[in-house]
Every structure is written in structure tokens, then in C-alpha cells.
Design a protein around this ligand. Structure first.
Ligand code: HEC
Ligand code: HEC
Length: 165
């Protein structure tokens, strides 16, 4: 009885390990964490981005978000255009949006994978959200798990072929 049980356990373990990683498995929740969203919805009137409530200043961001506070260089603390707002999108649509914005419809899958990895693992603003959360108004909670967990999840997803669903 026991060896059979063990064999079944091993087989199911292998099956699990081989399951492709989808965007919705872990990454989507992180993309929708307030540290990413607050900046990505900054210019959205519909989602009451900060440009439309707490922030009347829509330029010279790093006069307040200084390098000392953010850990970024001058000019790096900026908000994306409203087309990069994924507030309220589900996992599939968030995934499609970022792939499209990174050139998904015009470049090869390999090129997209490279750009995606470079952005998710190397972008200074992504790192700020994962490991800092510091603002001129104090520190807000960073994305749980930090850069290490995020890098692993991003890598698994890209290696599985950047599946949206
Ligand atoms: C301080 C503002 C800010 C924060 C915080 C931020 N981003 Fe961004 N993000 C940007 C800007 C600006 C761009 C556009 C950069 C460009 O075009 O080079 C961008 C682009 C992207 C892109 C490129 C894809 C696309 O659709 O163009 C992805 C993916 C992304 N961000 C993910 C994230 C994730 C995940 C987080 C949180 C862990 C995050 N960002 C936090 C400002 C931010
Ligand atoms: C006059 C000072 C000032 C300027 C200029 C300023 N900010 Fe802020 N920002 C703050 C303060 C203070 C906070 C924290 C209090 C709050 O949440 O509004 C903040 C918070 C934020 C947050 C929320 C962070 C989070 O993760 O919840 C974002 C995003 C942001 N600012 C982006 C920007 C961008 C982009 C610009 C330039 C277009 C900018 N800020 C210009 C003072 C400023």
C-alpha cells in the first residue's frame, strides 16, 4: 500500500510542477496592489487618480518625491499615461494590456519576453513598489514578498510563455 501511495504522490507532484504558470496565478494580484495601481491610475479621471484629487501638481514630480525619498534618480518618478491604467481589469485583460503596451503585437515572442523580463526585474519604479513604498507623506506598505518573490514569479510566467489565461 505504502509504495503505491508514494508513487501516486510523486506523480501528482510531477504533474503539478509541469503545470504552466498563468498571469492570474500570482502576478495579477501584485499588479493590482495599491503601490503599483496608485501610480498607474495617476492620470485616470475615471478611477479618480491622484492627478484629480490629492495632487494638483501634475509636473515636477521629484520636487517632492526627491531622490532621497524614492531612491530613484531625478526624472524617474513619473506616472504612466492613462492608457497604462489597469484598475478594475481582470487578470486576462491586465495581462493583455501590458503585453500590447510592450509591443506584443509587433515584435516576436522572444523579443517580448526579453523586454518583459527587463521591465519586471529591472525597472526602478517596479522596485520602489516592491521594496520601498516611501513617499513625501511617509512610507506606505510595499507589495508583499518584495522583489525576490516577484522576480521568481515573473520568471516562471515568462518561461511558461506569458500566458494570459
Ligand atoms: C512611480 C510610478 C510607478 C509605479 C509605482 C509603478 N509603475 Fe509601472 N510604469 C510607470 C511608468 C511611468 C511606465 C511607463 C514607462 C515607460 O514607458 O518606459 C510604467 C510601465 C509599466 C509597465 C510596462 C508595460 C506597459 O504596459 O507599458 C509594466 C509592466 C509596469 N509598469 C508594471 C508595474 C508594476 C507591476 C508595478 C508595481 C510592482 C509598477 N509598474 C509600479 C510608473 C510606475
Ligand atoms: C507638492 C508635493 C508633491 C508633488 C509635486 C507630487 N507629489 Fe506625489 N505625493 C506627495 C505626497 C505628500 C504624497 C503622500 C500623500 C498622498 O498620498 O497624497 C504623494 C503620494 C503620491 C503617490 C501615491 C503613492 C502610493 O503608492 O500610494 C503617487 C503615485 C504620487 N504621489 C505620484 C506623483 C507624481 C507622478 C507626481 C508628478 C506628476 C507627483 N506625485 C507630484 C507629494 C507630491
Amino acid at each position: 500500500m505504502r509504495p503505491l501511495f508514494l508513487a501516486l504522490l510523486l506523480m501528482s507532484g510531477c504533474a503539478l510542477a509541469a503545470l504552466p504558470v498563468k498571469f492570474g496565478d500570482a502576478l495579477n494580484a501584485k499588479f493590482h496592489h495599491p503601490r503599483c495601481l496608485q501610480c498607474h491610475q495617476f492620470n485616470s479621471a475615471r478611477h479618480e487618480g491622484r492627478a484629480f484629487n490629492s495632487h494638483s501638481a501634475r509636473f515636477l514630480c521629484d520636487r517632492c518625491h526627491t531622490a532621497n525619498i524614492t531612491g530613484l534618480q531625478r526624472g524617474e518618478w513619473i506616472a504612466p499615461p492613462v492608457t497604462l491604467d489597469w484598475t478594475e481589469l481582470n487578470a486576462r485583460d491586465t495581462c493583455r494590456l501590458i503585453k500590447r503596451n510592450l509591443g506584443g503585437e509587433t515584435v516576436s515572442e522572444d523579443a517580448l519576453a526579453g523586454t518583459m523580463m527587463a521591465h519586471l526585474l529591472g525597472d526602478v519604479r517596479v522596485h520602489w513598489a516592491l521594496d520601498s513604498g516611501m513617499t513625501p507623506g511617509g512610507r506606505f506598505p510595499a507589495v508583499p514578498g518584495g522583489a525576490a518573490a516577484f522576480a521568481k514569479q515573473a520568471q516562471d510566467w515568462v518561461e511558461s510563455g506569458m500566458l494570459c489565461e
